[in-house]
Structure formats: structure tokens, C-alpha cells
Design a protein around this ligand. Structure first.
Ligand code: ACO
Length: 431
């Protein structure tokens, strides 16, 4: 826990209370209100946690005003251009960049856990063919606790480690199987001679009937998408994982909870929603109509892929993703793709509009990731599963960090109760 570096005084009904202030290594100071209820018999009120730090962490830091994202101190743009996903996984999990030997050991460990228990194939077959791959993933990842009993004891450090590796290694296999099942193609087993991203493309796009060669530029773009989504501090799905884990739930159940939360269109589901929006707009001449709807106070419509709870400047991941989109579309010869034309024009018009400027609404990472994924051949329903796959390491790192915290308490928010006060039950004939 951080040092007490100052005091804030709060006066409630004429009585003053001193509250410790903690100074972080970066970011705003934090007022420690943990003893406030015991001392003053009041709660604090913060729906959506806009001003509340729910934990201390050393993993990821975001400066929303500057548009900065650091993993263990390293800027995301450096990691995206100079590192690769499995190295970033190591960094997030263990706190430092690996030596060559550590990296080789880690990559070989992950590679040797890519297969899933053969009996788990039956789970996939139990889902309807048209099930959304996220629905399948929530079910199958939760069901891992029914197969990997030797890594569900959260009090055993070795088991925690094994569960972490299993989840990172098997998530691409599970996501690819969910996809293959949804399109009626046979499951493709992982190939351990391929790297993490290339293997995922192989499991998604190869078929037994013909040879499939992974294009190294597409594999690199896939790896970069994974890297850009690896962690993002205490976002909704990560907080869900932490809350689920605070009760002592097993790692597979916690990650299944994170996947469920990520699915929502305000979070991981935004990349699918964004591409659907771009297709609905269809042609650049219709953009003003959609911008007008997004600005209309009486219309709940929002521009998907715009805005962020934390970034009030360009999302640094979006900058890298935009470059990657240009590269991939160029390679595939689809730079005149109508979706991309609409995306580029929408970005231009929204950024020039005072509504978006005043509210500090910039394109987020999802604005561009969908375009790349579609160009690679993924259907929109796979966008969020790919995000879930990539974010697994972030969830796991935060989960491990929380379990190592000696002050860990079950997460149990309070409420501002506005319902009826105690009243007597009335028999049905007297109501
Ligand atoms: N289009 C139009 N207006 C918007 C948008 C948008 N995309 N986003 C926010 N606003 C407006 C709101 O209407 C609100 O206006 P008001 O002050 O007049 O009421 C103001 O901007 C602030 O919005 P909030 O909803 O209070 O901001 P919050 O931080 O709670 O929401 C969120 C952030 C959920 C991401 C929001 O911007 C949004 O819904 N964006 C679209 C969905 C999206 O792209 N999500 C992906 C997030 S990134 C990720 O998960 C990887």
C-alpha cells in the first residue's frame, strides 16, 4: 500500500475528519476513505466509479489527458512497434521485460499448452450453430474449471501459475474453435511451429482440404492487435474479474466473468458495433445525418468507436491501429474499401465538429481495429472474441496481483438507498 503523504479534512454536519492522502508514482493523489464509514457513519457516492480507485496496482498506467498508456512503465507505441505480444504478456505478468532465456522458456511453456482437453470439443457441439462466439467463449472458459482441477486452488502459487499459462495458451484455440463451429467448418488443431498470432490465423482460416500459408504481414498485424488490447488498467471487464476473484472464485470462472462484461457494446463490443455503424452509414454523403443523430440530446444514438471514459485526448492505441489499418489495407489492395472511405471521412468530420471537440470525444482503438479485422477476413462476430483473447493476459495479471495483496477483501460496494422504509406485509385480499 502507498505511503500516507498528506491529510484531507472533511467536515460533515460540523464535525471534521482527517483522511490520509496517498501519492502515486503517477496520476492524481488518492484520498483514503476506508475508515470514513466507521468514523463518521457515512458512505461516499460514486456510481460508475468515476472518482474512485478500487485497488492499488503496478501494472498499467493511463494519462487520459495526455493520451498516454504505459505497461509497467513502457509506452504502448514502443511496445507495439518494437516488442511482440508474448513478450508483452511476460512483462504484464512478471513486471519486467524477459531476458532471451526467460523469453524462450515462457514462449515454449505457452506453446506447449495450446491444445484443449479433447472432451471439451463436446461443449462446442452443444451450442446452436448460430450462437455468438462470445456466448460460446463465456461458456467454454467457465467450463475449464470442470476440466483443469489441478489449477483451480487459488491459494497454491504453482496452480495459479499453471492456470495463467493455460488461459493465455488456450484462449486462441477456444476463440478459433468458437468461430469454426459457427461457420460449420471442422476444428483446426493448433500448430506449435507457428508463433502465437500466426497460429491463431491458421486455426481460424485453414481447412483440411487445402494448404494454408499464413501471410507474415497479417500475422504481424494480428500480433499488434493483441498487443494493443493486452491490458487497460481498471476498466469494466478487469474490475469484473477482480470483483469475481475477491470472493475466492477460481481463475476460469473469473475470466469467464470478464468475457461476459467485455461483450457489451459500451466496452469490447464496440468494435463490432462500430463496423456495423460504418456499414449502415454506407456512403460518405450520409455522414452528416449520423453525426446529427449522435449530437441530438433526445436521441440515445452514439457514434461507436468514439469517446472513452479515461482518454480525453487521442487514444494512443488508436494512433498505432490507424497505421496498421493503412498497412494491412494496402497489402490486401483494399484501400478503396467503402467502409474505410466512410471511416476516414467520419473521423475527419467528427474531429472538426465542435460537439466532439468540446466533449473531448476522439476515435478510440475500436474505431480502426474492426476495419483491419474485416480486411483480414474475420466476420464482425469475431471482433470481440479477439479482444477477449488479447485481454486475457491483462485480466490474469490483475487477478494475480490482487491475490498477492495481503489486504485483499471481498468487493462489496454500498448503496444510496432510496426505496421504501420498513412496512408491514399486507395480505393479498387487502391490497
Ligand atoms: N457519440 C456521441 N456522443 C457521445 C459519445 C459518442 N460516441 N460518447 C460520449 N458522448 C457524449 C455523451 O452523450 C455525454 O454528453 P452530455 O455531457 O451532453 O450528456 C458526454 O459525451 C460524456 O459521455 P459519457 O457517457 O458521460 O462518458 P463516459 O465516460 O461515461 O462514456 C463511453 C464513455 C461509454 C466509451 C462513451 O464514450 C461511448 O458510449 N462511446 C461509444 C462506444 C464505444 O466506442 N466504446 C468503446 C470504448 S473503448 C473500449 O472499451 C476498448
Amino acid at each position: 500500500m502507498a505511503e500516507n503523504t498528506g491529510t484531507a479534512t472533511i467536515t460533515i454536519h460540523g464535525k471534521s475528519y482527517d483522511l490520509p492522502i496517498h501519492t502515486p508514482t503517477a496520476g492524481p493523489e488518492v484520498i483514503d476513505i476506508r475508515n470514513l464509514y466507521a468514523q463518521a457513519d457515512v458512505f461516499t457516492y460514486d456510481p460508475g466509479f468515476t472518482s474512485t480507485a478500487a485497488c492499488d496496482s503496478t501494472i498499467t498506467f493511463i494519462d487520459g489527458a495526455k493520451g498516454e498508456l504505459l505497461h509497467r512503465g513502457y509506452p504502448i507505441d514502443q511496445l507495439a512497434s518494437q516488442s511482440h505480444y508474448l513478450e508483452v504478456c511476460y512483462l504484464l505478468l512478471y513486471g519486467e521485460l524477459p531476458s532471451a532465456e526467460e523469453q524462450e522458456r515462457f514462449e515454449s511453456l505457452v506453446t506447449n499448452h495450446t491444445m484443449i482437453h479433447e472432451q471439451m470439443h463436446n461443449f462446442f457441439r452443444g451450442f446452436r450453430r448460430d450462437a455468438h462466439p462470445m456466448a460460446t467463449m463465456v461458456g467454454v472458459v467457465g467450463a475449464m474449471s470442470a476440466f483443469y482441477h489441478d489449477s483451480t486452488d487459488i491459494n497454491d502459487a504453482h496452480q495459479r501459475e499453471v492456470a495463467s499459462i493455460r488461459l493465455i495458451a488456450k484462449m486462441p484455440t477456444i476463440a478459433a474453435m468458437a468461430y469454426k463451429y459457427s461457420i460449420g467448418q471442422p476444428f483446426v488443431y493448433p500448430r506449435n511451429d507457428l508463433d502465437y498470432a500466426a497460429n491463431f490465423l491458421h486455426m481460424c482460416f485453414s481447412v483440411p482440404a487445402e494448404e494454408y500459408h499464413v501471410n507474415p504481414i497479417l500475422a504481424r498485424a494480428m500480433d499488434r492487435i493483441f498487443t494493443l488490447h493486452a491490458d487497460h488498467e481498471q476498466n469494466a471487464s478487469t474490475s469484473t474479474v477482480r470483483l469475481a476473484s475477491s470472493s475466492g472464485a477460481n481463475p476460469f470462472a473469473c475470466i469467464a466473468a470478464g468475457i461476459a462484461c467485455l461483450w457489451g457494446p459500451a466496452h469490447g463490443g464496440a468494435n463490432q458495433a462500430c463496423l456495423e455503424m460504418l456499414k449502415e452509414i454506407g456512403t460518405p454523403d450520409r455522414i452528416p445525418e449520423f453525426i446529427a443523430r449522435a449530437k441530438d440530446k433526445n436521441d440515445p444514438y452514439r457514434l461507436m468507436g468514439f469517446g472513452h471514459r479515461v482518454y480525453k485526448n487521442f487514444d494512443p492505441r488508436a494512433t498505432v491501429m490507424k497505421e496498421s489499418a493503412d498497412e494491412v489495407l494496402d497489402l490486401l489492395g483494399v484501400e478503396n474499401n467503402p467502409v474505410l472511405q466512410v471511416a476516414k471521412e467520419l473521423e475527419k468530420q467528427a474531429l472538426a465538429d465542435p460537439y466532439f471537440a468540446d466533449k473531448k470525444l476522439f476515435p478510440n482503438v475500436d474505431f480502426y481495429s474492426g476495419i483491419i479485422l474485416e480486411a483480414m477476413g474475420f466476420p464482425t462476430s469475431m471482433f470481440t472474441p479477439i479482444f477477449a483473447l488479447a485481454r486475457t493476459v491483462g485480466w490474469i495479471s490483475q487477478w494475480k496481483e490482487q491475490l498477492a495483496d495481503p489486504q485483499l477483501k471481498i468487493g462489496r460496494p454500498r448503496q444510496l438507498y432510496l426505496g421504501a422504509t420498513a412496512r408491514d406485509y399486507v395480505d393479498i385480499e387487502k391490497r
